[in-house]
Write a protein of this length. Sequence first.
Length: 160
Amino acid sequence: GVMVSDSIAEHFENHVLPLGLTNAAHPTCLAAAKQALEIYEEEHLLEKVKLRSAYLSQKLEELKEKHDCLGDVRLTGLLGCLEIVKNKTTKERMAPFNASSEEMEVMNKVRKSLSDSGVFTLIRWNYIFITPPFTITNDEIDFALAAISNALSIADNYCE
């Protein structure tokens, strides 16, 4: 997006602004996108995502019941986020927005536990993001969630 004054914006009501990105409608990018869409269809990946999403959702709700630090679980398809809190009632974050390194102490322990278990994901402030590939299996989900559960046990020790 671009923000400009009204007088500048009015100029481009009647004049072309030749603007674009290197890969905008680039044939190579379009060929890759077309191939990806064909693979989605051939391997029935969207149907698999629906099945895995239902399984993952159920397992995440079980984790939410098990762990005091797990304040909320959000999931759309296989894209998810776990909100780690100090208190489920008040929803006080385990680490605040733009946390300092000292404020990230607990979440850094959670990150280390996950990476030591072979699970690598984005942790940002008090959030653990879940972004598995569309080809993930239930066994792989179970493996990752066991590692997440172990890591959440660390954060549970810091709950009120």
